[in-house]
Ligand binder design. Structure first.
Ligand SMILES: [Zn+2]
Length: 97
């Protein structure tokens, strides 16, 4: 995710996140649950994955994608997990639609 996209995230936004603890680097549907704005610099972001809502994680900016996922040719995690993409990750509608 580009820095301007990262800094535009707000609580409640839907994203997909690579779990770096998962050796397959699979994507997980998640909701932004914490935003701490920094200026200058990138915000601190916390997310809660739908499959583990009790745990807030603070992912690396490059491990997070906007939804709907349109693919990121520069994401090495997506390339590594091309066969492991969550089927729901591509079908989640943006909030408010
Ligand atoms: Zn990716």
């Amino acid at each position: 995710m580009l820095e301007f996209q990262w800094n535009a995230l707000r609580t409640g936004d839907r994203v997909v996140v690579h779990d770096d603890a998962d050796p397959r680097f699979g994507l997980h549907d998640a909701t932004v649950s914490m935003v701490r704005t920094r200026f200058p610099g990138a915000s601190e972001i916390g997310v809660r994955c739908d499959d583990r809502p009790s745990v807030m994680t603070r992912p690396w900016r490059h491990a997070v994608h906007l939804v709907p996922l349109e693919g990121d040719p520069d994401c090495w995690r997506c390339s590594a997990s091309a066969t492991n993409v969550s089927p729901t990750a591509v079908s989640v509608a943006p909030a408010g639609s």
